[in-house]
Design a protein around this ligand. Structure first.
Ligand SMILES: NC(=O)c1ccc[n+]([C@@H]2O[C@H](COP(=O)([O-])OP(=O)(O)OC[C@H]3O[C@@H](n4cnc5c(N)ncnc54)[C@H](O)[C@@H]3O)[C@@H](O)[C@H]2O)c1
Length: 415
């Protein structure tokens, strides 16, 4: 079959390749000319997709900026961004723009699926009216479902195929078509009774993580006061074979999902005079974690009789998680902004992030920078970086990821 994927980012590109690998022709639609140029040249811009697999599937992947290319597709899947506005409200502008275009080119019998994360009701309240205006009756003339993307960039123990896919259609016929579509690329498709259930299930998954990360981050702050090693505490608790799920403390929460999704839920809840305090508290605790990290840096430097002002601080790892270059909402950015306000002489090294344009910085050569730094802060622990050697090369280090545990070095402090 031929299908279209709208939005070829972290979610859309791997998805497009999964469908191509299953033998389909895939129109990959994106508004970013740089991404289309990369694809045309056989260059992947997503760490989880290598150039070789892109080349192997290139004959079945058709990158395009033209929505008319969707007109001979049996199904269209939307994977566009759903960020927050400056006032931390859901920004559905990308989704509205894409759905207006998909609607304008809707064909009889076409299936449209939304994968972008959003609050419960988005599929029914935003997409359905747009499509119905062009396409007649849902479940008869066209089909509409929500199926959340559960991809975890950088993860290698699960793939699109092995991660069960949730599907909730507007009508049973919509659900059936969406299920048949995803059965091509997923071993298990779990059907739920409505798009709203699937939308809220996705938010619950992410908020579950946000709340647990907040909990362990709060415990890390308490451990600091009590003089207890939080990593040893987490290790100890994790020996329980039931009733406990391990989450590690860190410098805060980043990415396009965990820091954003609670605000989507809170927005919808407010419309119903409901205030999800637990969810918002988790967001608040996680947002405060970079400030705690900066206080730890200040304290470490103070112990060496140095102020932050004028000290050379090297940040190791700028993206929000190991193995990928995504800096969206990365706590490293907040830590760097706060240190910069305090007058630090900042530099950073990240093998996945060549430049931080907003901060006017480029990733420096690690060995050169290590030779001339007052404090090294390990903020994101990328694979392939020798953290032990880095710590041994500097007078003072602070580790927010626990990767120096067991290291014989008395110049390193840990979260
Ligand atoms: N990144 C993740 O780990 C992840 C995981 C699960 C769910 N999600 C959700 O999936 C959605 C997409 O996230 P992402 O990380 O892939 O974002 P992304 O920014 O990496 O990719 C989105 C792509 O959509 C394109 N785009 C924007 N407007 C468009 C339009 N009108 N028409 C065509 N293309 C358009 C952009 O150019 C970009 O290439 C979001 O809702 C996100 O919350 C992301």
């Amino acid at each position: 079959m031929k299908l279209g994927i709208v939005g070829l980012g972290y979610v859309g590109l791997p998805l497009a390749l999964a469908f191509a690998e299953a033998g389909n022709d895939v129109v990959g639609l994106d508004t970013d000319p740089a991404k289309l140029a990369d694809l045309a040249a056989g260059r992947s811009y997503i760490e989880d997709v290598d150039d070789a697999s892109l080349a192997a599937l290139a004959p079945r992947l058709h990158p395009s900026a033209d929505y008319t290319d969707l007109e001979d597709c049996a199904a269209v899947i939307l994977c566009v961004p759903t960020p927050l506005s400056n006032s931390r409200e859901p920004d559905l502008s990308y989704l509205r723009e894409a759905s207006a275009q998909v609607a304008a080119h809707l064909q009889p019998g076409q299936l449209v699926v939304l994968e972008s994360t959003s609050y419960p009701g988005t599929t029914r309240e935003e997409l359905l009216p747009a499509l119905a205006a062009y396409g007649g009756a849902v479940g008869v003339d066209f089909f509409l479902a929500f199926s959340p993307e559960r991809i975890d960039p950088g993860r290698s123990d699960h793939s699109i195929r092995t991660t069960p896919k949730l599907v909730g259609g507007i009508t049973p016929a919509c659900t059936d078509r969406a299920r048949a579509l995803y059965e091509q690329i997923c071993d298990t498709v779990e059907v739920v009774s409505s798009p709203e259930t699937a939308e809220l299930a996705k938010l619950l998954e992410n908020i579950f993580r946000s709340v647990n990360i907040a909990l362990v981050n709060e415990i890390s702050q308490l451990c600091d006061r009590l003089g207890i090693d939080v990593w040893e505490v987490v290790d100890a608790a994790a020996t329980k074979p039931f009733g406990f799920m391990r989450f590690d403390p860190g410098p805060g929460m980043g990415g396009h999902c965990l820091p954003v999704d609670p605000f989507y839920l809170a927005f919808k809840a407010r419309e119903h005079d409901f205030y999800p305090e637990f969810v918002e508290l988790a967001g608040k605790v996680n947002q405060a974690q970079p400030e705690f990290c900066v206080r730890r840096i200040e304290r470490a430097l103070n112990g060496a009789r140095k102020p932050v002002n004028g000290s050379k601080i090297l940040i190791l790892g700028a993206s929000y998680k190991p193995g990928i270059g995504d800096t969206r909402e990365s706590p490293a950015l907040r830590i760097m902004a706060l240190l910069s306000e305090l007058g630090a002489e900042l530099s950073y090294h990240d093998p996945f992030v060549p430049e931080l344009a907003a901060l006017g910085l480029r990733s420096v050569d690690l060995d050169t920078a290590l030779a001339d730094t007052d404090l090294l802060a390990i903020v994101t622990a990328h694979p392939g970086v020798d953290h032990a050697a880095a710590v041994h090369a500097v007078p003072l280090a602070i580790d927010f990821r626990g990767v120096t545990r067991g290291l014989d070095a008395d110049n390193v402090e840990r979260l």
